[in-house]
Design a protein around this ligand. Structure first.
Ligand code: F6R
Length: 608
Protein backbone atom coordinates (compact mmCIF):
# COMPACT_ATOMS: atom_id res chain seq x y z
CA UNK A 1 0.00 0.00 0.00
CA UNK A 2 1.03 3.57 -0.63
CA UNK A 3 -0.91 6.80 -0.78
CA UNK A 4 -1.06 9.11 -3.77
CA UNK A 5 -2.53 12.58 -4.18
CA UNK A 6 -2.70 15.16 -6.94
CA UNK A 7 -4.01 18.69 -7.29
CA UNK A 8 -4.67 21.15 -10.10
CA UNK A 9 -6.33 24.48 -9.42
CA UNK A 10 -5.98 28.09 -8.38
CA UNK A 11 -4.17 27.56 -5.06
CA UNK A 12 -0.56 26.66 -4.37
CA UNK A 13 -0.39 22.89 -4.81
CA UNK A 14 2.36 21.85 -2.35
CA UNK A 15 0.55 22.62 0.94
CA UNK A 16 -2.57 20.86 -0.38
CA UNK A 17 -0.51 17.82 -1.40
CA UNK A 18 1.22 17.64 2.00
CA UNK A 19 -2.08 18.00 3.81
CA UNK A 20 -3.60 15.20 1.71
CA UNK A 21 -0.59 12.95 2.28
CA UNK A 22 -0.99 13.50 6.01
CA UNK A 23 -4.43 11.90 5.76
CA UNK A 24 -2.96 8.97 3.86
CA UNK A 25 -0.01 8.22 6.11
CA UNK A 26 -1.84 5.15 7.40
CA UNK A 27 -1.23 3.71 3.91
CA UNK A 28 2.53 3.98 4.19
CA UNK A 29 5.05 6.12 5.96
CA UNK A 30 8.62 5.12 5.17
CA UNK A 31 9.25 8.02 2.80
CA UNK A 32 7.32 10.71 0.96
CA UNK A 33 7.70 13.00 -2.00
CA UNK A 34 5.96 15.62 -4.09
CA UNK A 35 6.36 16.97 -7.60
CA UNK A 36 5.09 20.47 -8.31
CA UNK A 37 4.91 22.19 -11.69
CA UNK A 38 5.07 25.98 -11.87
CA UNK A 39 4.79 26.15 -15.65
CA UNK A 40 8.57 26.18 -16.09
CA UNK A 41 9.99 23.20 -14.28
CA UNK A 42 8.66 20.13 -12.55
CA UNK A 43 10.33 20.40 -9.15
CA UNK A 44 10.62 17.19 -7.12
CA UNK A 45 11.36 16.92 -3.38
CA UNK A 46 11.56 13.60 -1.54
CA UNK A 47 12.58 12.50 1.93
CA UNK A 48 13.02 9.22 3.72
CA UNK A 49 11.09 8.96 6.99
CA UNK A 50 7.72 10.28 8.06
CA UNK A 51 5.95 13.01 6.16
CA UNK A 52 7.03 15.65 8.64
CA UNK A 53 10.59 15.42 7.30
CA UNK A 54 9.33 16.41 3.85
CA UNK A 55 7.15 19.13 5.35
CA UNK A 56 10.16 20.59 7.15
CA UNK A 57 12.30 20.31 4.02
CA UNK A 58 9.78 22.33 2.00
CA UNK A 59 8.65 24.65 4.82
CA UNK A 60 5.21 23.10 4.68
CA UNK A 61 5.27 23.39 0.91
CA UNK A 62 5.97 27.13 0.88
CA UNK A 63 9.25 26.71 -1.04
CA UNK A 64 7.57 24.95 -3.94
CA UNK A 65 5.62 27.33 -6.20
CA UNK A 66 3.08 26.02 -8.68
CA UNK A 67 -0.58 25.11 -8.73
CA UNK A 68 -0.28 21.62 -10.23
CA UNK A 69 1.33 18.66 -8.51
CA UNK A 70 1.33 15.07 -7.33
CA UNK A 71 2.46 13.52 -4.05
CA UNK A 72 3.17 10.13 -2.56
CA UNK A 73 3.61 8.52 0.82
CA UNK A 74 5.39 5.21 0.50
CA UNK A 75 5.11 1.75 1.92
CA UNK A 76 8.11 0.09 0.31
CA UNK A 77 7.58 -2.98 -1.85
CA UNK A 78 10.36 -2.92 -4.44
CA UNK A 79 13.51 -1.36 -3.07
CA UNK A 80 14.16 -0.38 0.54
CA UNK A 81 12.99 2.96 1.92
CA UNK A 82 15.40 5.64 0.67
CA UNK A 83 15.37 9.06 -0.93
CA UNK A 84 16.10 7.49 -4.31
CA UNK A 85 13.32 4.93 -4.10
CA UNK A 86 10.80 7.47 -2.82
CA UNK A 87 8.29 8.74 -5.40
CA UNK A 88 7.72 10.71 -7.60
CA UNK A 89 9.84 9.10 -10.30
CA UNK A 90 10.55 10.75 -13.58
CA UNK A 91 12.12 10.23 -16.99
CA UNK A 92 15.67 11.28 -17.78
CA UNK A 93 14.76 14.79 -18.97
CA UNK A 94 12.48 15.28 -15.96
CA UNK A 95 9.58 16.12 -18.24
CA UNK A 96 7.26 13.39 -16.91
CA UNK A 97 6.70 12.76 -13.18
CA UNK A 98 4.83 9.76 -11.81
CA UNK A 99 3.48 8.64 -8.44
CA UNK A 100 2.24 5.07 -8.14
CA UNK A 101 0.43 2.86 -5.67
CA UNK A 102 0.41 -0.85 -6.47
CA UNK A 103 2.83 -3.40 -7.86
CA UNK A 104 4.02 -3.70 -11.45
CA UNK A 105 4.48 -7.45 -11.65
CA UNK A 106 6.38 -7.58 -14.94
CA UNK A 107 8.70 -4.72 -14.05
CA UNK A 108 11.88 -6.80 -14.33
CA UNK A 109 11.09 -7.73 -17.91
CA UNK A 110 10.17 -4.15 -18.76
CA UNK A 111 13.23 -2.80 -17.01
CA UNK A 112 15.45 -5.09 -19.06
CA UNK A 113 13.80 -4.05 -22.33
CA UNK A 114 14.02 -0.35 -21.48
CA UNK A 115 17.66 -0.71 -20.43
CA UNK A 116 18.41 -2.32 -23.79
CA UNK A 117 16.85 0.74 -25.43
CA UNK A 118 19.23 3.00 -23.48
CA UNK A 119 17.06 4.02 -20.52
CA UNK A 120 18.96 4.44 -17.26
CA UNK A 121 17.36 3.57 -13.95
CA UNK A 122 18.02 5.56 -10.81
CA UNK A 123 15.96 3.58 -8.32
CA UNK A 124 15.20 -0.05 -7.49
CA UNK A 125 11.46 0.50 -7.74
CA UNK A 126 8.95 -1.11 -10.06
CA UNK A 127 7.41 2.35 -10.55
CA UNK A 128 10.35 3.79 -12.42
CA UNK A 129 9.56 1.57 -15.42
CA UNK A 130 6.26 3.44 -15.75
CA UNK A 131 8.07 6.79 -16.00
CA UNK A 132 10.45 5.51 -18.70
CA UNK A 133 7.74 3.59 -20.53
CA UNK A 134 5.64 6.78 -20.66
CA UNK A 135 8.66 8.58 -22.06
CA UNK A 136 9.06 5.82 -24.65
CA UNK A 137 5.45 6.02 -25.85
CA UNK A 138 4.92 9.76 -25.50
CA UNK A 139 4.66 11.44 -28.90
CA UNK A 140 2.72 14.54 -27.85
CA UNK A 141 -0.51 12.93 -26.65
CA UNK A 142 -0.32 12.00 -22.93
CA UNK A 143 -3.52 9.97 -22.95
CA UNK A 144 -2.32 7.84 -25.81
CA UNK A 145 1.00 7.20 -24.02
CA UNK A 146 -0.76 6.34 -20.75
CA UNK A 147 -3.11 3.90 -22.49
CA UNK A 148 -0.18 2.19 -24.21
CA UNK A 149 1.59 1.85 -20.87
CA UNK A 150 -1.58 0.38 -19.35
CA UNK A 151 -1.57 -2.27 -22.05
CA UNK A 152 2.06 -3.16 -21.33
CA UNK A 153 2.18 -3.31 -17.54
CA UNK A 154 0.87 -6.23 -15.53
CA UNK A 155 -0.17 -5.92 -11.91
CA UNK A 156 -1.91 -3.18 -10.01
CA UNK A 157 -1.61 0.57 -10.17
CA UNK A 158 -3.10 3.90 -9.26
CA UNK A 159 -1.08 6.54 -11.06
CA UNK A 160 -0.83 10.31 -10.88
CA UNK A 161 1.14 11.83 -13.76
CA UNK A 162 2.45 15.26 -14.81
CA UNK A 163 3.74 16.13 -18.30
CA UNK A 164 5.87 19.27 -18.71
CA UNK A 165 4.32 19.92 -22.12
CA UNK A 166 0.86 20.04 -20.52
CA UNK A 167 0.97 22.54 -17.64
CA UNK A 168 -2.81 22.68 -17.40
CA UNK A 169 -3.50 18.96 -17.02
CA UNK A 170 -3.24 16.34 -14.28
CA UNK A 171 -3.47 12.73 -15.47
CA UNK A 172 -4.56 9.65 -13.53
CA UNK A 173 -5.05 5.96 -14.28
CA UNK A 174 -6.08 2.95 -12.29
CA UNK A 175 -6.19 -0.85 -12.14
CA UNK A 176 -6.75 -2.83 -8.92
CA UNK A 177 -5.48 -0.03 -6.63
CA UNK A 178 -7.92 2.52 -5.26
CA UNK A 179 -8.17 5.97 -6.83
CA UNK A 180 -10.74 8.71 -6.52
CA UNK A 181 -11.20 12.14 -8.05
CA UNK A 182 -12.47 15.01 -5.93
CA UNK A 183 -14.26 17.96 -7.50
CA UNK A 184 -13.26 21.03 -5.51
CA UNK A 185 -14.35 24.67 -5.66
CA UNK A 186 -11.04 26.15 -6.74
CA UNK A 187 -9.54 23.05 -8.30
CA UNK A 188 -9.69 19.29 -8.62
CA UNK A 189 -7.87 16.48 -6.86
CA UNK A 190 -6.96 12.84 -7.12
CA UNK A 191 -6.25 10.58 -4.14
CA UNK A 192 -5.93 6.96 -3.07
CA UNK A 193 -8.62 7.50 -0.49
CA UNK A 194 -11.38 9.91 0.45
CA UNK A 195 -9.82 11.49 3.60
CA UNK A 196 -7.18 13.23 1.49
CA UNK A 197 -9.79 15.34 -0.31
CA UNK A 198 -12.46 15.84 2.37
CA UNK A 199 -11.10 19.22 3.46
CA UNK A 200 -11.71 20.52 -0.07
CA UNK A 201 -14.76 18.66 -1.28
CA UNK A 202 -17.30 15.96 -0.54
CA UNK A 203 -18.07 15.38 -4.23
CA UNK A 204 -16.01 12.45 -5.48
CA UNK A 205 -15.84 10.19 -8.51
CA UNK A 206 -14.59 6.63 -8.21
CA UNK A 207 -12.24 5.65 -11.05
CA UNK A 208 -12.80 2.07 -12.09
CA UNK A 209 -10.34 -0.52 -13.34
CA UNK A 210 -8.57 0.34 -16.58
CA UNK A 211 -9.91 3.87 -16.67
CA UNK A 212 -8.04 7.13 -16.95
CA UNK A 213 -8.91 10.64 -15.83
CA UNK A 214 -7.77 14.01 -17.08
CA UNK A 215 -8.19 16.90 -14.66
CA UNK A 216 -8.00 20.61 -15.35
CA UNK A 217 -8.68 23.45 -12.91
CA UNK A 218 -12.36 23.42 -13.74
CA UNK A 219 -12.98 20.16 -15.56
CA UNK A 220 -12.73 16.38 -15.16
CA UNK A 221 -12.97 13.86 -17.98
CA UNK A 222 -12.81 10.06 -17.83
CA UNK A 223 -11.73 7.64 -20.53
CA UNK A 224 -11.63 3.89 -21.11
CA UNK A 225 -8.69 1.93 -22.49
CA UNK A 226 -9.83 2.64 -26.05
CA UNK A 227 -9.54 6.36 -25.42
CA UNK A 228 -13.33 6.83 -25.47
CA UNK A 229 -14.79 9.31 -23.03
CA UNK A 230 -17.04 7.88 -20.31
CA UNK A 231 -19.70 9.68 -18.33
CA UNK A 232 -19.65 9.26 -14.55
CA UNK A 233 -21.78 10.49 -11.71
CA UNK A 234 -20.24 11.87 -8.56
CA UNK A 235 -20.99 10.58 -5.07
CA UNK A 236 -21.44 12.81 -2.05
CA UNK A 237 -19.40 11.56 0.89
CA UNK A 238 -21.29 11.69 4.16
CA UNK A 239 -18.64 10.22 6.53
CA UNK A 240 -16.70 12.36 8.93
CA UNK A 241 -12.92 12.52 8.58
CA UNK A 242 -12.25 10.05 11.36
CA UNK A 243 -14.47 7.38 9.79
CA UNK A 244 -13.09 8.13 6.35
CA UNK A 245 -9.51 7.39 7.43
CA UNK A 246 -10.68 3.95 8.34
CA UNK A 247 -12.44 3.60 5.00
CA UNK A 248 -15.80 3.93 6.73
CA UNK A 249 -15.02 1.11 9.20
CA UNK A 250 -15.32 1.77 12.90
CA UNK A 251 -11.81 0.55 13.66
CA UNK A 252 -8.61 -0.20 11.80
CA UNK A 253 -8.82 -3.78 13.05
CA UNK A 254 -12.16 -4.29 11.30
CA UNK A 255 -10.86 -2.61 8.17
CA UNK A 256 -7.78 -4.83 8.21
CA UNK A 257 -9.87 -7.96 8.71
CA UNK A 258 -11.80 -6.94 5.61
CA UNK A 259 -8.54 -6.47 3.72
CA UNK A 260 -7.63 -10.13 4.23
CA UNK A 261 -9.02 -11.43 0.94
CA UNK A 262 -6.79 -8.91 -0.86
CA UNK A 263 -3.79 -9.60 1.37
CA UNK A 264 -4.05 -13.32 0.71
CA UNK A 265 -4.44 -12.68 -2.99
CA UNK A 266 -1.47 -10.28 -3.11
CA UNK A 267 0.82 -12.67 -1.24
CA UNK A 268 -0.23 -15.57 -3.42
CA UNK A 269 -0.56 -14.14 -6.91
CA UNK A 270 2.99 -13.08 -7.75
CA UNK A 271 4.28 -16.51 -6.70
CA UNK A 272 1.83 -18.72 -8.53
CA UNK A 273 2.36 -19.00 -12.26
CA UNK A 274 -0.22 -21.24 -13.92
CA UNK A 275 0.09 -24.32 -11.77
CA UNK A 276 3.62 -23.88 -10.53
CA UNK A 277 5.10 -22.02 -7.60
CA UNK A 278 7.88 -19.55 -8.29
CA UNK A 279 9.33 -17.89 -5.23
CA UNK A 280 11.99 -15.80 -6.98
CA UNK A 281 13.31 -14.23 -3.80
CA UNK A 282 14.06 -17.67 -2.34
CA UNK A 283 16.81 -18.15 -4.93
CA UNK A 284 17.60 -21.66 -3.68
CA UNK A 285 18.59 -24.34 -6.16
CA UNK A 286 16.60 -27.58 -6.21
CA UNK A 287 19.69 -29.26 -4.79
CA UNK A 288 19.73 -26.83 -1.86
CA UNK A 289 16.03 -27.40 -1.22
CA UNK A 290 16.53 -31.17 -1.28
CA UNK A 291 19.37 -30.92 1.18
CA UNK A 292 17.44 -29.04 3.92
CA UNK A 293 17.72 -31.31 6.95
CA UNK A 294 15.47 -29.38 9.34
CA UNK A 295 13.51 -26.16 9.44
CA UNK A 296 13.49 -23.94 12.54
CA UNK A 297 10.61 -21.47 12.60
CA UNK A 298 11.32 -18.67 15.04
CA UNK A 299 8.92 -15.85 15.87
CA UNK A 300 6.85 -14.13 18.58
CA UNK A 301 3.13 -13.91 19.32
CA UNK A 302 0.80 -14.38 16.40
CA UNK A 303 3.70 -14.87 14.02
CA UNK A 304 4.79 -17.77 16.23
CA UNK A 305 1.27 -19.21 15.91
CA UNK A 306 1.57 -19.19 12.13
CA UNK A 307 4.78 -21.16 12.63
CA UNK A 308 2.95 -23.81 14.60
CA UNK A 309 0.48 -24.26 11.75
CA UNK A 310 3.34 -24.27 9.27
CA UNK A 311 5.06 -27.08 11.17
CA UNK A 312 2.10 -29.35 10.36
CA UNK A 313 2.15 -28.21 6.76
CA UNK A 314 5.91 -28.58 6.18
CA UNK A 315 6.10 -31.91 7.94
CA UNK A 316 2.91 -33.26 6.38
CA UNK A 317 3.64 -32.18 2.83
CA UNK A 318 7.41 -32.01 2.49
CA UNK A 319 8.35 -34.46 5.28
CA UNK A 320 10.98 -32.05 6.57
CA UNK A 321 11.30 -32.06 10.38
CA UNK A 322 10.33 -28.69 11.86
CA UNK A 323 10.99 -27.10 15.22
CA UNK A 324 9.04 -24.00 16.19
CA UNK A 325 10.51 -21.68 18.78
CA UNK A 326 9.48 -18.52 20.52
CA UNK A 327 12.25 -16.13 19.55
CA UNK A 328 12.81 -15.11 23.16
CA UNK A 329 13.49 -18.76 24.02
CA UNK A 330 15.43 -19.73 20.92
CA UNK A 331 18.09 -17.11 21.45
CA UNK A 332 18.99 -18.35 24.91
CA UNK A 333 18.48 -22.07 24.64
CA UNK A 334 21.64 -22.88 22.72
CA UNK A 335 19.69 -24.65 19.96
CA UNK A 336 21.27 -27.43 17.95
CA UNK A 337 21.47 -26.11 14.41
CA UNK A 338 22.59 -28.58 11.79
CA UNK A 339 24.68 -27.38 8.90
CA UNK A 340 21.86 -27.93 6.41
CA UNK A 341 19.14 -26.45 8.58
CA UNK A 342 17.05 -23.51 7.40
CA UNK A 343 15.93 -20.91 9.92
CA UNK A 344 12.70 -19.06 9.10
CA UNK A 345 12.16 -15.83 11.01
CA UNK A 346 8.55 -14.72 10.73
CA UNK A 347 7.77 -11.11 11.57
CA UNK A 348 5.26 -8.51 10.46
CA UNK A 349 7.30 -5.50 11.56
CA UNK A 350 10.73 -6.96 10.89
CA UNK A 351 11.87 -5.11 14.01
CA UNK A 352 10.83 -7.37 16.90
CA UNK A 353 13.89 -7.39 19.17
CA UNK A 354 13.77 -11.08 20.09
CA UNK A 355 13.18 -12.20 16.50
CA UNK A 356 16.03 -10.04 15.30
CA UNK A 357 18.33 -11.42 18.00
CA UNK A 358 17.31 -14.98 17.05
CA UNK A 359 18.12 -14.22 13.44
CA UNK A 360 21.57 -12.94 14.42
CA UNK A 361 22.13 -16.00 16.58
CA UNK A 362 21.32 -18.32 13.64
CA UNK A 363 23.44 -16.31 11.22
CA UNK A 364 26.30 -16.26 13.68
CA UNK A 365 26.29 -20.02 13.57
CA UNK A 366 26.50 -20.07 9.81
CA UNK A 367 22.99 -21.41 9.17
CA UNK A 368 20.90 -20.27 6.20
CA UNK A 369 18.19 -17.79 7.19
CA UNK A 370 15.01 -16.70 5.45
CA UNK A 371 12.88 -13.84 6.73
CA UNK A 372 9.13 -13.82 6.15
CA UNK A 373 8.55 -10.14 6.69
CA UNK A 374 5.91 -7.53 5.95
CA UNK A 375 7.88 -4.31 6.26
CA UNK A 376 10.27 -3.87 3.37
CA UNK A 377 13.70 -2.67 4.38
CA UNK A 378 13.14 -3.48 8.07
CA UNK A 379 16.03 -4.88 10.14
CA UNK A 380 15.06 -8.53 9.71
CA UNK A 381 14.48 -8.01 5.99
CA UNK A 382 17.92 -6.45 5.65
CA UNK A 383 19.82 -8.93 7.77
CA UNK A 384 18.29 -12.28 6.74
CA UNK A 385 20.11 -14.10 3.93
CA UNK A 386 16.89 -14.16 1.91
CA UNK A 387 13.57 -12.44 2.43
CA UNK A 388 10.11 -13.39 1.28
CA UNK A 389 7.70 -10.51 1.73
CA UNK A 390 4.10 -10.79 2.80
CA UNK A 391 2.21 -8.20 0.84
CA UNK A 392 -0.18 -7.13 3.60
CA UNK A 393 0.57 -3.39 3.50
CA UNK A 394 0.73 -1.33 6.69
CA UNK A 395 -1.12 -2.81 9.61
CA UNK A 396 -2.25 -0.11 12.02
CA UNK A 397 -4.30 -2.02 14.59
CA UNK A 398 -2.03 -3.44 17.29
CA UNK A 399 -3.69 -6.86 17.08
CA UNK A 400 -2.56 -8.46 13.87
CA UNK A 401 -5.09 -9.93 11.45
CA UNK A 402 -4.14 -9.39 7.84
CA UNK A 403 -0.40 -9.81 8.36
CA UNK A 404 -1.11 -13.07 10.20
CA UNK A 405 -3.12 -14.29 7.21
CA UNK A 406 -0.37 -13.31 4.82
CA UNK A 407 2.27 -15.10 6.93
CA UNK A 408 0.25 -18.30 6.68
CA UNK A 409 0.07 -18.02 2.89
CA UNK A 410 3.81 -17.42 2.55
CA UNK A 411 4.54 -20.55 4.57
CA UNK A 412 1.98 -22.69 2.68
CA UNK A 413 3.70 -21.66 -0.55
CA UNK A 414 7.14 -22.55 0.78
CA UNK A 415 5.88 -25.92 2.01
CA UNK A 416 4.29 -26.69 -1.35
CA UNK A 417 7.43 -25.65 -3.19
CA UNK A 418 9.66 -27.78 -0.95
CA UNK A 419 7.28 -30.75 -1.18
CA UNK A 420 7.24 -30.58 -4.95
CA UNK A 421 11.00 -30.28 -5.32
CA UNK A 422 11.54 -33.14 -2.89
CA UNK A 423 9.23 -35.37 -4.91
CA UNK A 424 6.52 -35.52 -2.24
CA UNK A 425 3.80 -33.97 -4.38
CA UNK A 426 3.00 -34.67 -8.01
CA UNK A 427 2.26 -31.84 -10.41
CA UNK A 428 -1.45 -32.77 -10.24
CA UNK A 429 -1.50 -32.72 -6.44
CA UNK A 430 0.28 -29.36 -6.41
CA UNK A 431 -2.18 -27.98 -8.96
CA UNK A 432 -5.14 -29.15 -6.87
CA UNK A 433 -3.71 -27.53 -3.73
CA UNK A 434 -2.98 -24.31 -5.59
CA UNK A 435 -6.58 -24.42 -6.75
CA UNK A 436 -7.64 -24.51 -3.09
CA UNK A 437 -5.32 -21.64 -2.22
CA UNK A 438 -6.76 -19.54 -5.03
CA UNK A 439 -10.24 -20.03 -3.62
CA UNK A 440 -9.27 -18.72 -0.17
CA UNK A 441 -9.84 -14.98 -0.86
CA UNK A 442 -13.44 -15.61 -1.96
CA UNK A 443 -14.05 -17.95 0.95
CA UNK A 444 -12.66 -15.43 3.46
CA UNK A 445 -15.01 -12.84 1.97
CA UNK A 446 -17.95 -15.18 2.56
CA UNK A 447 -16.96 -15.68 6.19
CA UNK A 448 -16.60 -11.95 6.74
CA UNK A 449 -20.06 -11.43 5.31
CA UNK A 450 -21.40 -13.45 8.25
CA UNK A 451 -20.30 -10.83 10.76
CA UNK A 452 -23.76 -9.95 12.15
CA UNK A 453 -24.33 -13.49 13.38
CA UNK A 454 -20.98 -13.53 15.15
CA UNK A 455 -21.60 -10.08 16.57
CA UNK A 456 -24.87 -11.26 18.13
CA UNK A 457 -23.12 -14.24 19.65
CA UNK A 458 -20.20 -12.12 20.89
CA UNK A 459 -22.57 -9.72 22.66
CA UNK A 460 -23.60 -12.57 24.95
CA UNK A 461 -20.03 -12.97 26.18
CA UNK A 462 -18.88 -9.48 26.99
CA UNK A 463 -19.09 -10.29 30.69
CA UNK A 464 -17.23 -13.62 30.41
CA UNK A 465 -14.38 -14.16 32.89
CA UNK A 466 -12.64 -17.12 31.27
CA UNK A 467 -12.83 -18.59 27.81
CA UNK A 468 -11.10 -21.74 26.58
CA UNK A 469 -10.12 -22.60 23.04
CA UNK A 470 -9.48 -26.22 22.17
CA UNK A 471 -8.37 -28.10 19.09
CA UNK A 472 -6.09 -30.83 17.84
CA UNK A 473 -3.25 -30.58 15.32
CA UNK A 474 -3.67 -27.49 13.13
CA UNK A 475 -6.84 -26.76 15.09
CA UNK A 476 -4.69 -26.34 18.18
CA UNK A 477 -2.59 -23.76 16.35
CA UNK A 478 -5.80 -21.94 15.34
CA UNK A 479 -6.97 -22.08 18.96
CA UNK A 480 -3.77 -20.42 20.15
CA UNK A 481 -4.36 -17.49 17.84
CA UNK A 482 -8.09 -17.30 18.60
CA UNK A 483 -7.30 -17.16 22.29
CA UNK A 484 -4.58 -14.52 21.91
CA UNK A 485 -6.88 -12.32 19.82
CA UNK A 486 -9.58 -12.45 22.48
CA UNK A 487 -7.39 -11.74 25.49
CA UNK A 488 -5.31 -8.99 23.95
CA UNK A 489 -8.20 -6.82 22.81
CA UNK A 490 -11.02 -7.70 25.24
CA UNK A 491 -8.96 -8.33 28.41
CA UNK A 492 -10.92 -11.52 29.05
CA UNK A 493 -8.77 -14.29 30.40
CA UNK A 494 -8.52 -17.04 27.84
CA UNK A 495 -6.42 -20.12 27.26
CA UNK A 496 -5.82 -22.40 24.34
CA UNK A 497 -5.41 -26.07 24.96
CA UNK A 498 -4.62 -29.05 22.81
CA UNK A 499 -8.02 -30.73 23.12
CA UNK A 500 -6.59 -34.04 24.32
CA UNK A 501 -4.57 -32.31 27.03
CA UNK A 502 -7.54 -30.68 28.75
CA UNK A 503 -8.21 -33.56 31.07
CA UNK A 504 -4.66 -33.38 32.42
CA UNK A 505 -5.53 -30.38 34.54
CA UNK A 506 -7.40 -27.56 32.89
CA UNK A 507 -10.74 -29.30 32.80
CA UNK A 508 -11.09 -28.51 36.51
CA UNK A 509 -11.62 -24.87 35.49
CA UNK A 510 -14.72 -25.67 33.44
CA UNK A 511 -17.92 -24.84 35.26
CA UNK A 512 -21.54 -24.14 34.40
CA UNK A 513 -21.72 -21.73 31.48
CA UNK A 514 -17.95 -21.48 30.76
CA UNK A 515 -17.48 -20.73 27.07
CA UNK A 516 -15.33 -23.27 25.22
CA UNK A 517 -14.55 -22.55 21.59
CA UNK A 518 -13.75 -25.83 19.85
CA UNK A 519 -11.99 -25.73 16.50
CA UNK A 520 -12.68 -28.92 14.56
CA UNK A 521 -11.48 -28.75 10.97
CA UNK A 522 -9.25 -31.84 10.69
CA UNK A 523 -11.40 -34.66 9.36
CA UNK A 524 -9.18 -37.45 10.68
CA UNK A 525 -9.53 -35.99 14.17
CA UNK A 526 -13.29 -35.28 14.13
CA UNK A 527 -14.17 -38.16 16.45
CA UNK A 528 -11.42 -37.41 18.95
CA UNK A 529 -12.31 -33.72 19.09
CA UNK A 530 -16.03 -34.48 19.42
CA UNK A 531 -15.27 -36.62 22.50
CA UNK A 532 -13.43 -33.66 24.02
CA UNK A 533 -16.47 -31.50 23.35
CA UNK A 534 -18.63 -34.03 25.18
CA UNK A 535 -16.19 -33.99 28.12
CA UNK A 536 -16.50 -30.24 28.63
CA UNK A 537 -20.22 -30.08 27.89
CA UNK A 538 -21.02 -32.65 30.54
CA UNK A 539 -19.19 -30.37 32.97
CA UNK A 540 -21.44 -27.46 32.07
CA UNK A 541 -19.48 -25.73 29.31
CA UNK A 542 -21.25 -23.86 26.53
CA UNK A 543 -19.55 -24.99 23.32
CA UNK A 544 -19.05 -22.83 20.29
CA UNK A 545 -17.72 -24.98 17.46
CA UNK A 546 -15.94 -23.85 14.30
CA UNK A 547 -15.98 -26.71 11.84
CA UNK A 548 -16.14 -27.69 8.18
CA UNK A 549 -19.37 -27.26 6.28
CA UNK A 550 -19.76 -31.03 5.84
CA UNK A 551 -19.52 -31.81 9.56
CA UNK A 552 -23.24 -31.43 10.30
CA UNK A 553 -22.91 -33.96 13.13
CA UNK A 554 -21.58 -31.02 15.09
CA UNK A 555 -25.11 -29.62 15.43
CA UNK A 556 -25.76 -32.35 17.98
CA UNK A 557 -22.43 -32.08 19.78
CA UNK A 558 -22.05 -28.30 20.21
CA UNK A 559 -24.34 -25.49 21.37
CA UNK A 560 -23.50 -23.07 18.58
CA UNK A 561 -21.87 -23.92 15.27
CA UNK A 562 -20.01 -21.78 12.77
CA UNK A 563 -19.17 -23.48 9.49
CA UNK A 564 -16.20 -22.79 7.26
CA UNK A 565 -16.17 -23.67 3.55
CA UNK A 566 -14.40 -26.72 2.19
CA UNK A 567 -10.67 -26.43 1.62
CA UNK A 568 -7.58 -28.62 1.88
CA UNK A 569 -7.12 -29.63 5.56
CA UNK A 570 -3.69 -27.96 5.59
CA UNK A 571 -5.26 -24.58 4.79
CA UNK A 572 -8.18 -24.49 7.23
CA UNK A 573 -6.43 -22.03 9.52
CA UNK A 574 -6.88 -19.31 6.91
CA UNK A 575 -10.64 -19.76 7.14
CA UNK A 576 -11.30 -20.82 10.74
CA UNK A 577 -9.44 -17.82 12.13
CA UNK A 578 -11.86 -15.35 10.49
CA UNK A 579 -14.88 -16.01 12.78
CA UNK A 580 -12.55 -16.09 15.78
CA UNK A 581 -11.10 -12.68 14.85
CA UNK A 582 -14.63 -11.32 14.42
CA UNK A 583 -15.69 -12.80 17.76
CA UNK A 584 -12.79 -11.13 19.61
CA UNK A 585 -13.41 -7.88 17.81
CA UNK A 586 -17.08 -7.74 18.73
CA UNK A 587 -16.47 -8.75 22.35
CA UNK A 588 -13.94 -5.93 22.58
CA UNK A 589 -16.34 -3.43 20.95
CA UNK A 590 -19.16 -4.62 23.22
CA UNK A 591 -17.01 -4.04 26.28
CA UNK A 592 -16.02 -0.60 25.07
CA UNK A 593 -12.31 -1.42 24.93
CA UNK A 594 -9.82 0.48 22.82
CA UNK A 595 -9.82 -2.08 20.00
CA UNK A 596 -7.00 -0.66 17.92
CA UNK A 597 -4.72 0.24 20.83
CA UNK A 598 -5.22 -2.26 23.65
CA UNK A 599 -3.67 -1.33 26.96
CA UNK A 600 -0.02 -2.22 27.63
CA UNK A 601 0.62 -3.34 24.05
CA UNK A 602 2.70 -1.85 21.25
CA UNK A 603 2.61 -2.64 17.56
CA UNK A 604 6.29 -3.27 17.27
CA UNK A 605 8.10 -4.73 20.29
CA UNK A 606 11.64 -3.49 19.99
CA UNK A 607 12.68 -4.35 23.53
CA UNK A 608 13.57 -7.76 24.94
C1 F6R B 1 -0.77 -10.11 18.29
C2 F6R B 1 0.42 -9.51 17.72
C3 F6R B 1 1.74 -9.88 18.28
C4 F6R B 1 2.79 -9.98 17.16
C5 F6R B 1 4.18 -10.17 17.78
C6 F6R B 1 5.24 -10.31 16.73
O1 F6R B 1 -1.94 -9.67 17.69
O2 F6R B 1 0.34 -8.72 16.83
O3 F6R B 1 1.68 -11.06 19.00
O4 F6R B 1 2.47 -11.04 16.32
O5 F6R B 1 4.48 -9.09 18.62
O6 F6R B 1 5.35 -9.15 15.97
P1 F6R B 1 6.08 -9.14 14.57
O7 F6R B 1 5.30 -10.04 13.66
O8 F6R B 1 6.09 -7.72 14.14
O9 F6R B 1 7.47 -9.68 14.79
Amino acid sequence: MCGIVGYIGASQAAPILLDGLGKLEYRGYDSAGIAVYDGKKIQVKKAIGRLKVLSELTHDGATMPGTLGVGHTRWATHGAPSDLNAHPHYNKEETIAVVHNGIIENYLKLRKKLTEKGYEFRSETDTEVVAHLLDYYYKGDPLEAITKVMHRVEGSYALGILFREHPDRLYAARKDSPLIVGQGKDGNLIASDVPAVLKYTREVYFIRNEETAVLTTDGIAFYNMDGEEIVKNSTTIEWDLNAAEKGGYEHFMLKEMYEQPKTVQDTLKPRVKENTIEIEELSMTEEEIRSISRIHIVACGSAYHTGITAKYVFEGLARIPVEVDLASEFRYRNPILEEDALVLIVSQSGETADSLAALREAKGRGVKTLGIVNVVGSSIAREADKVMYTWAGPEIAVATTKAYSAQLIAQYLLALKFAQVRGRLTAEETAAMLGDLKKLPGQIEMLLANKERIQKFANRYIAAKDVFFIGRGIDYAISLEGSLKLKEISYIHSEAYAAGELKHGTISLIEEGTLVAAVVTQKDLYKKSMSNIVEVRTRGAFVLAVTNVDNTEMEKAADYVIYIPQTNPYFTNSLAIIPLQLFSYYVSVGKGCDVDKPRNLAKSVTVE
